[in-house]
Design a protein around this ligand. Structure first.
Ligand code: GCU
Length: 596
């Protein structure tokens, strides 16, 4: 009875649910910024003393009798951006609050508003400036900004940020994940200077279903009357003058003759928006992405996605990926594999990877961490998922490389879960009608000894079905894949979004010996043959590009707290299965007549 009541309350809350409108400033790389990256003093705070002791005041004893039990000046430092787990051995497993403090000098100027921007911080963050609360944020992988104009001093300032990566049942993700809970300020931090009235956000893409019409909108912040906005794409000889409404928003659509963005030709255009004293330039690619029955159409042409799944972890160094070099390494591995697609699991990856994919011509699946069995009937959990979804979309909705918004991974089939994610699908389509909505499903129905059906009710809310299956690793022998038949209950494209096997690089044996590279190759060989027989097969993203840290993988001498399903080790060693998949993708390329 109690469960039914909880479900009723939750379902009725859905009709009130609406994605939080993001106040995110679009295109930080295209703004006037002052970086606050570098060493920050820190206080590790396992007993959550800091708030009560007001660490955010950065206090000093007033006289020799005054009691102040902390001192940032004398405290150690951590590099920002960067998780704390891999910067200090004693923090590898730490879960709780860490207080960060950055001193900086700032010179105020007239007609300028200044924001504090944080690219990502995992998981709950409180931000204070000169002893006053600026704001707080929940979610470990998406950017946020708070206006600081009135609290900034002309001269010396101190910014204090509390980040707490403790896990809770009601969080997104919940307490159980197969990846490391990297805590800390894991994204760039900067001051962002904008005019009093500025261009906060914009959406400039091809109109849904069109390849010769641009449609979108621009949103001003601080304009108290309708304003003119100029939108220019010089190389396409486009110059549009827009007029915003009383809320500072203008919508537009106009014909455009463009070279379309594709993996083979990742064409980007300079797009400049000007309004009053503000001028922002972005590099934007234009392409269409649709489905037609079980086909995925890129620019009207059917495409098979030659993909790989990846975590946002720095190869070689380890820890959360943060730099342009990390992005280059990860995406170059995917290119070496002859991929045209990366499933960025299981949370939004850092923005440098998305922008690099735009330049390198790699299609992307971007996902929020609604992972496994979260707290489906809790309205706070839905609110957190919705805000992370709206922030992911707000940050990357002008990136041609992103073709999928993924809402979840491997969630159990029950009414409250299907209603929760269906709500997210509605939210995502309201925020961005142009991209395809997907999720990675893994619950199927056994129709016969060797016949299985994917008929998850969530499929009705999706444009493309992701399906994870581990034949040969978590079930049966690899050879069983040869006899297993599949049915799909939807006339929609299917991406096999995970299969794989663990093998430490350099561990060898015969193909039936688990944990060897030979066994991993055997799984890939039988899987590659099987997945192409699945109805609606439109691509794959095997699990996973690089070995990654996980608290669930302790097996000494083999895992040592790493998930070893990588095709590349976390030391950069290419395993034999890397070449198995690479050969398959080279074959697909020549079948599709893809120009290299
Ligand atoms: C899971 C899951 C991944 C996990 C992988 C594995 O089902 O989606 O996050 O790492 O499969 O078990 O290795």
């Amino acid at each position: 009875m109690k469960r039914m009541l909880a479900l009723f309350i939750f379902l009725s809350s859905l009709c009130l649910a609406a994605p939080a409108t993001s106040t995110l400033i679009a295109n930080i790389p295209g703004r006037t910024t002052i970086s606050l990256n570098g060493p920050w003093n820190i206080i590790i705070d396992p007993y959550e003393t800091g708030l009560g002791s007001r660490y955010y005041r950065n206090a000093k004893p007033k006289d020799k009798s005054d009691l102040v039990e902390y001192n940032f000046d004398k405290s150690p430092t951590l590099k920002v951006p960067g998780d704390w787990n891999t910067q200090r051995d004693d923090l590898l497993f730490y879960e709780g609050p860490v207080w960060y403090r950055r001193m900086f000098t700032y010179h105020k100027h007239a007609n300028t508003r200044t924001y504090v921007y944080i690219g990502a911080a995992n998981y709950k963050t409180r931000v204070f400036l000169n002893g006053e609360k600026l704001g707080e944020h929940e979610g470990g992988f998406t950017p946020f900004n708070f206006e600081a104009t009135s609290l900034l001093h002309d001269g010396e300032n101190f910014l204090v940020v509390e980040v707490n990566n403790a896990r809770h049942v009601e969080d997104v993700p919940t307490v159980n994940t197969d990846w490391w809970n990297y805590g800390g300020i894991t994204g760039d931090v900067s001051l962002v200077e904008v005019p009093d009235a500025f261009i906060q956000d914009y959406f400039v893409q091809l109109a849904k279903g069109s390849r010769d019409e641009i449609a979108g909108w621009v949103q001003l912040n601080g304009a108290n009357s309708p304003q003119q906005v100029k939108l220019e794409i010089p190389e396409a000889k486009i110059k549009q003058t827009l007029t915003t409404d009383s809320s500072g928003r203008a919508e537009f659509h106009f014909p455009a003759k463009l070279v379309l963005w594709s993996p083979e030709n990742p064409k980007l255009y300079d797009v400049t928006l000007t309004s009053g004293a503000d001028k922002v330039t972005d590099q934007i690619g234009f392409r269409s992405i649709e489905t037609e029955g079980t086909k995925i159409l890129l620019n009207g042409k059917s495409i098979i996605l030659r993909g790989i799944a990846a975590h946002d972890e720095a190869p070689l160094r380890g820890g959360r990926a943060t730099t342009a070099a990390d992005a280059q390494t990860l995406l170059s591995y995917a290119k070496e594999l002859h991929c045209n697609f990366i499933r960025m699991a299981h949370y939004p990856h850092n923005e440098k990877e998305i922008r690099l994919a735009d330049r390198m011509g790699i299609l992307l699946w971007s996902e929020i961490p609604v992972y496994w069995d979260i707290d489906w009937t809790n309205p706070a959990t839905l609110a957190s998922a919705e805000s992370q979804l709206s922030e992911m979309i707000a940050r990357d909705h002008n990136r041609a490389s992103v073709i999928f918004w993924s809402l979840s991974n491997e969630t159990p089939i029950k009414p409250e879960r299907t209603a929760f994610i269906a709500q997210l699908a509605t939210d995502a389509r309201a925020l961005d009608s142009t991209r395809l909505i997907t999720s990675a499903l893994n619950r199927t129905t056994q129709l016969g000894p060797d016949l299985r059906e994917l008929n998850d009710p969530l499929g009705a809310s999706l444009d493309v079905l992701g399906m994870n299956e581990y034949v040969g690793w978590y079930e049966h022998k690899p050879e069983y894949a040869d006899q297993l038949q599949w049915k799909i209950a939807y006339d929609k494209p299917v991406i096999i979004s995970e299969f794989g096997a663990d093998a430490p690089a350099g561990r060898h044996g015969d193909k039936d010996e688990r944990w060897t590279e030979e066994y991993q190759v055997n799984v890939f060989q039988h899987q590659i043959a099987m997945v192409q027989r699945i109805p609606g097969f439109a691509g794959l993203s095997p699990w996973v590009l690089v070995d990654f840290r996980s608290p669930r993988r302790p097996l000494p001498g083999i895992q040592d707290y790493f998930n070893r399903k990588g095709l590349i080790s976390n030391q950069g060693a290419h395993k034999q299965a890397f070449y198995t998949l690479q050969k398959f993708y080279e074959g697909l390329e020549s079948q599709q007549g893809v120009k290299k």
